[in-house]
Design a protein around this ligand. Sequence first.
Ligand code: THU
Length: 144
Amino acid sequence: MTALTPELEPLYQAAKAAADQAYAPYSQFPVGVAVRAQDGRIYTGCNVENASYGATVCAERNAIAAGVVAGKRQFDALMVYTPQDKLTPPCGLCRQVIAEFFLPNTNIYSSNHLQQLQSWTVQQLLPDAFTPLYLANSTKVPTE
Ligand code: THU
């Protein structure tokens, strides 16, 4: 468990506000996510479910997509918020998308309505991730 520091407070508040917008009529499990770009700007997403179930998009991927459409390609923090006692980690599919846009040592936080926090590094969530670095014509430079 980690503490909600002043540095993390804006991410926490943004993720909490995003969870209020969740479209989760099937699971009744609202999720909000906030990601912080290197310039300090914060982008948010909520889960958007679908009657076909499989077309559901998680809050993590929607938040990252919001940053990407604003021109951001690298993020230095991610906060998940769920209004329940358990602290929710990102799903497997989202871990792969996180590995694309976050460095391996970046902290990924999960928070809840009790202001409790848990954190993992990207590397802990997805060890030996397949990233663009493995693609033959990748222009992405390893930064660590
Ligand atoms: N969900 C997320 O948005 N993020 C997570 O980290 C875990 C799961 C969503 C998907 C679905 O709408 C609902 O939570 C239940 O799985």
